[in-house]
Design a protein. Structure first.
Length: 295
């Protein structure tokens, strides 16, 4: 809702006389909260129902967390704008403000992400990493009422709700690699709707769009999603883009990283290069094993 309200405010503020109506559409991912994301499939968990309404013309645009958007969009839909990206870092929320290295041996830590789980276990194999689902407020409430010592969340979600004081430790994205597109919003529109396209283009941030294009190329090439521990983070400085990609087994024991760099205009090529390097270094075997396990 924060994301939709932000887009509404930006559009109304930049187009005099424009009135934007919000319509809340619950998705499969919103409704099923008693299972880990990795166990309920990952194709459009938070987008399919919304995209269906967009294609039917019931709504004129859709606002997504970019990290929830599958790399393959339905025919007839395109990304009209990519928002300026918030800090993409993951953070630790903990009891007593303790950092990860200060948590007791065998401490319980919550996360709903296999990517975060793998990196946590790679750092601290002694941790008991447990699933948690729900929106930001729900997860914080569950955590506060639990015996868990820590919980991993996205900085962006806490920042947008003014909850930065809950952060005990922020991890640099190049060290603890975030989800592809984490921290940015995707404004999705119908491909043939030129009028709405003109309205939303002012929300587009070229550098954020380029960085996420590189990250999503890694995700697409590795055919990953909620069921595979994959991360990628691109940082743009001037005309130069630097990208780090990650793939891991589920236990975090075999964690592979690769890096690439180039110009902003080479986003797709950089993403392809990093993905190929991950596969060549052993990612192919990791992904095959995970998928065999899932079947």
């Amino acid at each position: 809702m924060w994301q939709a309200e932000w887009v509404k405010g930006e559009l109304e503020g930049s187009h005099e006389g424009l009135a934007v109506e919000l319509r809340v559409i619950q998705t499969k991912g919103d409704k099923i909260l008693d299972q880990a994301l990795s166990k309920i499939g990952d194709k459009g968990l938070f987008t399919k129902e919304i995209e269906g309404q967009l294609l039917k013309g019931v709504i004129d645009l859709a606002v997504h967390s970019y990290k929830d958007l599958p790399t393959e969009q339905p025919r007839g839909l395109v990304i009209g704008a990519t928002s300026v990206r918030e800090d993409a870092a993951d953070v630790l929320v903990s009891k007593g403000g303790r950092k990860l290295e200060e948590l007791a041996e065998g401490a319980k830590v919550f996360t709903g992400s296999l990517r975060r789980r793998a990196q946590l276990l790679h750092w601290r194999g002694d941790l008991e990493v447990c699933d948690i689902r729900g929106n930001v407020q729900t997860r914080l409430r569950k955590f506060d009422e639990s015996g868990a010592a820590g919980m991993v969340m996205a900085w962006a979600g806490l920042k947008r709700l003014g909850l930065e004081e809950r952060v005990a430790e922020r991890w640099a994205p190049r060290r603890f690699v975030p989800a592809c597109g984490q921290g940015a919003l995707a404004v999705e529109i119908r491909e043939d709707d030129a009028a709405v396209g003109e309205l939303v283009i002012g929300l587009n941030d070229v550098e954020s769009a380029g960085a996420i294009r590189a990250e999503r190329r890694v995700l697409a090439r590795l055919e990953g999603g909620c069921q595979v521990p994959i991360g990628a983070y691109a940082e743009v400085v001037g005309e130069r883009m630097e990208l780090v990609g990650l793939v891991s087994d589920l236990a975090g024991k075999n964690l592979i990283r690769a890096e690439g760099a180039g110009s902003l205009g080479q986003a797709v090529e950089i993403g392809e290069q990093v993905a190929e390097e991950l596969l060549d270094r052993g990612g192919e075997e990791i992904l095959a094993e995970i998928r065999r396990f899932k079947v």
